[in-house]
Design a protein around this ligand. Structure first.
Ligand code: ATP
Length: 271
């Protein structure tokens, strides 16, 4: 990247790098240097307008975007290895569940459905700021993107150790899961799920955040890239034996994945 480009992107002040106003994401210019960021913002804005994403979700998005900028908006090899280990965990699981919050639903609804199909996982809506309206809007949005069954509405079980509303899960969903994908999750709930003995896969752009630090598999990547990447690995591993899948897990080094992402963020030259 040239100095000139870096300067114009960093300030984003009324030049060609300013996000264009569009009605549909297909109108976003794919050759724009910040295309992924524009796409992410557009989907989150639309999520807020549709009552799927909370306004808090906008703040989480801004936080993630800063890390993605420093990663050069690219999937690191260590994040790809994590995505492969995540796929192996989901394929080996007795009862895998993909947990969906407002940002996840806005950003990757169809991609979550594809991952559930590729791994036989359930999809469960689980919100920090739970309201029946938002739960229903998200479930409907996921169904529009092809989901057959969306869990989370029964809320007939509780995760011990966290406040009432946030603790609600389905007994036959996250309640019974052995492996849970919890993208963009706050540290408290990730910790509480971990204490129940569930294997956690976390997608989060911040390698210093508590949730990826306690995950069996931290995928430090933008969810927009990470979910399709896990699906791709799950498809390529679909005929693998149990032994091969276990080997994928054994070869994955979670500490190295966190370290590599932190190093890239701190020392990356954005070339
Ligand atoms: P903790 O309690 O673990 O410290 P936190 O306070 O960092 O969590 P939030 O502020 O709720 O958690 O933010 C959610 C997390 O999601 C942030 O770490 C942010 O980097 C991450 N995030 C936001 N957008 C994305 C995205 N598109 N892809 C991946 N991660 C994202």
């Amino acid at each position: 990247m040239t100095d000139e480009e870096t300067g114009s992107e960093a300030t984003s002040g009324g030049d060609e790098s300013a996000p264009p106003e569009v009605d549909h994401e297909s109108e976003l210019p794919e050759d724009h240097p910040r295309y992924q960021s524009l796409l992410t913002r557009h989907r989150i804005e639309e999520g807020v307008e549709r009552g799927i994403t909370s306004t808090q979700g906008l703040i989480a998005e801004g936080r993630g975007e800063a890390f993605d900028y420093l990663l050069g908006e690219e999937t690191l090899p260590s994040a790809d290895a994590a995505a492969r280990a995540a796929a192996a965990h989901l394929l080996l699981a007795e009862h895998p569940v993909l947990s969906v919050n407002g940002n996840v639903a806005a950003l990757v609804p169809g991609e979550i459905v594809a991952l559930a199909d590729a791994t036989g996982a359930d999809i469960e809506v689980n919100l920090f700021n739970r309201s029946e309206e938002r739960m229903a809007a998200i479930a409907e949005h996921l169904r529009e993107h092809g989901a057959d069954e969306v869990k989370g509405l029964a809320a007939n079980a509780r995760i011990p150790g966290i406040a009432h509303e946030r603790a609600k899960v389905d007994a036959d969903g996250i309640g019974a899961a052995d492996v849970v994908l919890v993208p963009l999750e706050d540290g408290d709930r990730a910790e509480a799920l971990g204490e129940l003995g569930k294997t956690e896969i976390v997608i989060d752009l911040n390698p210093l955040s508590r949730s990826p630090r306690m995950a069996a598999v931290p995928i430090i990547d933008n969810i927009i890239r990470a979910v399709p990447n896990v699906t791709r690995h799950a498809r390529s591993l679909s005929d693998a034996s149990r032994e091969e899948l276990v080997r994928v897990l054994q070869e994955f080094d979670r500490e190295a994945a966190l370290r590599e992402a932190e190093r890239a963020i701190r020392e990356g030259d954005l070339e």
